[in-house]
Design a protein around this ligand. Structure first.
Ligand SMILES: Cc1cc2nc3c(=O)[nH]c(=O)nc-3n(C[C@H](O)[C@H](O)[C@H](O)COP(=O)(O)OP(=O)(O)OC[C@H]3O[C@@H](n4cnc5c(N)ncnc54)[C@H](O)[C@@H]3O)c2cc1C
Length: 380
C-alpha cells in the first residue's frame, strides 16, 4: 500500500481525498493541517448582511475523514525536503510519504502601508467578515471604500471577484435597510479595466453596475497608502471612514524553508499535470492556490480551479502507482457568479467558450444551492 500525504484541508486537499477514494487507489492517506475544519470561503460575502454567520460556513471534518479512512495529523507544515518524501511540521515532527500533494493555499501580500492598522482584509476568514458586519452596523453613515490589489510579479494572483461581491452586496444590504442615502460607496483599483480576467464584457458590465448603483469609481491609479481617514493613491486622496482592501496573493510563507521551485510571484512552480517541476521532485504535486501553473491568462485562483487541479493530481498519482507516465492535464475553467445578495452575474470561460449572463435572481439562488450541495459530503 502506498502512502499519499496531503498538506492542507481546504478545497484542493479535500477534493484530492475524495478522488483517491473514488478511484479506489490502494493508498493510506494522511492529511496534515492545523485544524480539522473546512471554511467555505465563497460565502464570506454573505456575512456583512447576516445571510450567513461564521458557524454556517465552518464544517467539522471529523466524520468525513473517518468515513474516508484518512489519518489526520494536526500540525503546520514548516518544510518539505528529500524531493517531497519528508515533511517537517512546526512542532518538529518528521513525516514521510510515497506521494505528496501540497494544498496549503496562498497568502495575502500585506505590503500596502497602513492596511493592517486602518483597513479590513475581507477575504481572510470569518472573523474579518464578521468585523465588516459589526462595523457597518455601528456606523450612522459615511464613506466605505473598497478595492483590490494584485501581485505585480504574477498578475493572475488576484482575488477581484469577491471584492465586487462585497461592493454590490453591501450596496444591496444598505438599500434594503433604507440606509443607503447615509453612505457613499467608493470603488478604487490600480487598473484601468479592473476584473479583466473575467473578460472585457464582464468589465463593462461591472462598471455599468457600479454606475447604476451610484458607486463612485476611482480606477487607473494604484493605492499607495491607507490612512485612518482616507485611501491615498498615486493620483489622489479618497476620504473614507471604512476601507476594505483585498491584496494580491503570493505563495505560503513556509516555502521559504524549502528548495521547492518558485514562480516569479512566489508560488510553487507546477506543470500542466500539477507536478512540481524538476527531476528532484518526483511524486510531488501541487493543487490550488499554492501553485503557479501554465495556462491561459484568465485562469483564476479559485476553489473551482483548485478542485480541477486536485483531480488531475490524483489521476496522475494513479498513473504512477500503476507504473504509467502521468497523462492527465488539469482543465482550465473559470466559473464565477458575481453575487449582489439578490441577483448574480454569471461568467464562464474555458478554452473554447466565454460567456456572461447579466444580473439575474436565479444566479443568486444557484450560488446558494451550490454551497449546500458542495458542503453536503463534508457535513454528512
Ligand atoms: C471571500 C471569498 C470568496 C470566494 N469566492 C469564490 C467563488 O465564488 N468561487 C470559487 O471558485 N472560489 C472562490 N474563492 C476562492 C477560493 O476560496 C480559493 O481559491 C480556494 O480556497 C483555494 O483552495 P486551496 O485548497 O488552494 O486553499 P485553501 O482553501 O485556502 O486551503 C488551504 C488549507 O491549507 C491549510 N494550511 C495553511 N497553511 C498550512 C501549513 N503550513 N501546513 C498545513 N496546512 C496549512 C489551511 O488551514 C487550509 O486547510 C473565494 C475566496 C474568498 C476569500
Amino acid at each position: 500500500m502506498k502512502h499519499i500525504m496531503i498538506l492542507g484541508s481546504g478545497f484542493a486537499a479535500l477534493t484530492a481525498v475524495r478522488q483517491i477514494r473514488k478511484a479506489r487507489l490502494d493508498a493510506k492517506i494522511t492529511l496534515v493541517s492545523p485544524n480539522r475544519h473546512l471554511t467555505y470561503l465563497p460565502s464570506l460575502i454573505w456575512m456583512p448582511s447576516g445571510i450567513r454567520k461564521g458557524a454556517d460556513l465552518d464544517v467539522d471534518l471529523e466524520q468525513f475523514l473517518a468515513r474516508k479512512n484518512v489519518d489526520w495529523h494536526q500540525g503546520r507544515v514548516a518544510s518539505v525536503r528529500d524531493g517531497g518524501r519528508t515533511v517537517e511540521t512546526e512542532a518538529g515532527e518528521v513525516l514521510t510519504n510515497d506521494f505528496l500533494i501540497v494544498a496549503t493555499g496562498g497568502r495575502y501580500l500585506k505590503k500596502l502601508p497602513g492596511l493592517a492598522e486602518n483597513g479590513i482584509i475581507p477575504c481572510e476568514g470569518v472573523a474579518m467578515a464578521q468585523a465588516i458586519h459589526d462595523r457597518i452596523a455601528s456606523m450612522q453613515g459615511g464613506t466605505i471604500a473598497m478595492g483590490f490589489g494584485t501581485n505585480p510579479k504574477e498578475t493572475q494572483a488576484v482575488r477581484g471577484g469577491p471584492m465586487f461581491e462585497f461592493l454590490f452586496g453591501i450596496d444591496t444590504m444598505l438599500r434594503k435597510a433604507g440606509r443607503r442615502d447615509a453612505f457613499k460607496l467608493v470603488f478604487f483599483n490600480g487598473a484601468d479595466r479592473p476584473g479583466k480576467r473575467l473578460g472585457e464584457k464582464a468589465v463593462d458590465k461591472l462598471l455599468e453596475e457600479m454606475a447604476r448603483r451610484d458607486i463612485d469609481v476611482h480606477i487607473g491609479a494604484k493605492p499607495t497608502r491607507i490612512d485612518a481617514d482616507k485611501v491615498v493613491t498615486e493620483r489622489e486622496e479618497i476620504p473614507a471612514d471604512l476601507v476594505l482592501f483585498m491584496p494580491g496573493l503570493t505563495g505560503p510563507a513556509w516555502l521559504d524553508n524549502t528548495d521547492l521551485p518558485r514562480s516569479s510571484g512566489g508560488f510553487i512552480q507546477a506543470d500542466s499535470k500539477c507536478r512540481v517541476v524538476g527531476d528532484d521532485w518526483t511524486g510531488c504535486y501541487v493543487a490550488g492556490d499554492a501553485g503557479s501553473y501554465p495556462g491561459p491568462d484568465w485562469m483564476a485562483k479559485q476553489a473551482h480551479q483548485a478542485d480541477l487541479q486536485a483531480k488531475a493530481a490524483v489521476a496522475n498519482i494513479a498513473d504512477e502507482m500503476a507504473g504509467r507516465a502521468p497523462s492527465h492535464d488539469f482543465k482550465a475553467e473559470l466559473v464565477c457568479i458575481v453575487d449582489s445578495l439578490n441577483k448574480g452575474i454569471l461568467v464562464f470561460r474555458d478554452h473554447s467558450r466565454s460567456f456572461l449572463l447579466p444580473a439575474m435572481r436565479p444566479a443568486h439562488w444557484a450560488k446558494r444551492i451550490y454551497e449546500s450541495l458542495y458542503l453536503r459530503p463534508y457535513r454528512r
